[in-house]
Design a protein around this ligand. Structure first.
Ligand SMILES: [Fe+2]
Ligand SMILES: [Fe+2]
Length: 306
């Protein structure tokens, strides 16, 4: 009998339907969060996996069968209200990250100081993590100040959907994609977090920390992309915007320019775009203003002068 799991179902939907499947997806490196809109079939093809074998493994997980020794997520985001979901994300994921990111940064500093001369890749890991951390700090702050209060207000009926910033949801999805790309780059630079490659006990703690950080961030983005934003998109009575707005694309390009060592140039372009948008599109202009300040303060800022 062929497996019952629909191979055209999206990974995000499959993960949201039954959270224990998440551990299997993590093990198979199937991107169910930032790339959660891909069908199971496409995702398996991309990873070179046999889709029927994966469907059988999903069914085994659903039956509670053997094979997964890691603890499976007990939290059922689909059963929570929007308010509960936002509260869970803040308490578990945002606060967890705020605690963990400085600890990882400290471990990185030690490892680079001790082993950096013989292992120059470690400095790249440190810089990529610093850049990801800066992006995440700004992202979660905006979620707590703007996105989540909007979500709660929509659920309670105290906010008129017509007054919600168009593109709010698409923007968060775009930011999640950018985070996902940086997280994947970090994994590659850090040798896939292979503990057998650890240079010392501090390096081992660092690799373990980064792996836990990645797992938590995947679950965090999954709960936002595949549950919260889908649900709020429906409340707005219009489908979530699949594509990015021109300002999303501009911001993404400027961040890439900064990552390539042209932070000063990127900051000047952000200032120019801000001036052009200030009167007609104050909300979008504010995003460019925030980016401009972030780039000026960024450790990448001096790269231009090297
Ligand atoms: Fe978040
Ligand atoms: Fe987010």
């Amino acid at each position: 009998m062929p497996p019952a799991i629909d191979k055209d179902a999206s990974l995000g939907m499959l993960a949201a339907e039954r959270p224990p499947r998440i551990v299997l997806f993590e093990r198979l490196h199937l991107d169910y969060c930032c790339g959660g809109s891909s069908s199971l079939d496409d995702a398996c093809r991309q990873r070179g996996l046999d889709v029927d074998s994966v469907r059988e493994q999903i069914e085994a997980v659903d039956r509670g069968g053997p094979g997964l020794d890691e603890p499976t997520p007990e939290w059922r985001p689909r059963e929570a209200t929007v308010g509960e979901l936002c509260e869970h994300i803040v308490l578990v994921h945002h606060d967890g990250m705020r605690e963990e990111m400085p600890r990882i940064a400290e471990l990185l500093e030690t490892v680079v100081r001790v082993h950096g001369a013989d292992h120059p890749d470690l400095e790249l890991v440190e810089r990529t993590f610093a850049s990801l951390r800066a992006e995440l700090e700004e992202h979660i702050e905006e979620e707590e100040l703007v996105l989540f209060p909007t979500c709660r207000g929509l659920e309670q009926g105290s906010i008129d959907p017509a007054g919600v910033e168009p593109g709010l949801i698409a923007r968060h999805r775009t930011e999640h994609e950018a985070v996902g790309r940086k997280l994947a780059a970090l994994r590659e630079l850090a040798g896939g977090y292979e503990l057998s490659q650890a240079l010392c006990s501090t390096h081992r703690s660092l690799l373990e920390g980064l792996l836990r950080f990645e797992t938590d961030l995947h679950r965090h983005v999954h709960e936002e992309n595949n549950v919260l934003l889908d649900r709020v998109g429906a409340m707005l009575d219009r489908p979530p915007i699949a594509g990015a707005t021109p300002v999303d694309v501009l911001i993404e390009a400027l961040v890439e320019l900064a990552d390539a060592g042209r932070a000063e140039r990127a900051s000047r372009l952000a200032a120019k775009a801000y001036a052009g948008l200030r009167r007609g599109e104050p909300v979008q202009a504010q995003r460019l203003n925030a980016l401009m300040h972030k780039l000026i303060l960024s450790p990448r800022h001096n790269d231009d002068k090297e």
